[in-house]
Design a protein around this ligand. Structure first.
Ligand SMILES: [Zn+2]
Length: 144
């Protein structure tokens, strides 16, 4: 998870991310871009843009990979911008916000926030057991 928030983001950047799903997807896509591309299906390393926003499509087998694939935000049932808010606060936040507080701030159910917060804390714990080399792979870090 820290890989995703390795750089301290400015408050303007954060504001933008926390209010805009598309910006979040773009942020994830940029992160993945820096890691290169390997098709999960056929191993091909060339891609073009896919149909959904900021997705990538393998030029060989045409498998499309969404911006959230391989990240902790995959299959998230609520807006990715709200998930970003929770993720960032758990990773970098100065205060330890409760799931009740997240729920209040984001207009989400407390259980939803609790589940996602736990998922991130798990990913963070797992990361402590990884070697530096492994940490470089955002796929490993963010898939949980
Ligand atoms: Zn492929």
């Amino acid at each position: 998870m820290n890989a995703i928030f390795k750089k301290e983001l400015s408050s303007d950047q954060l504001k933008e991310l926390f209010q805009n799903d598309d910006k979040c997807l773009e942020f994830l896509a940029d992160l993945k871009e820096s890691e290169g591309f390997i098709c999960r299906k056929c191993g091909n390393t060339n891609y073009c843009s896919g149909k959904s926003p900021h997705s990538r499509r393998c030029t060989k087998c045409k498998t499309e990979e969404s911006a959230t694939t391989g990240t902790i935000f995959h299959n998230c049932k609520f807006p990715v911008s709200k998930a970003f808010y929770i993720a960032y606060n758990v990773c970098k936040g100065k205060e330890d916000l409760s799931s009740y507080e997240f729920a209040r701030r984001l207009s989400l159910r407390q259980m939803t926030c609790w589940n996602f917060k736990t998922k991130i804390q798990h990913a963070l714990q797992q990361m402590d057991t990884l070697s530096d080399g492994e940490k470089l792979s955002i796929n490993k870090i963010l898939t949980s």
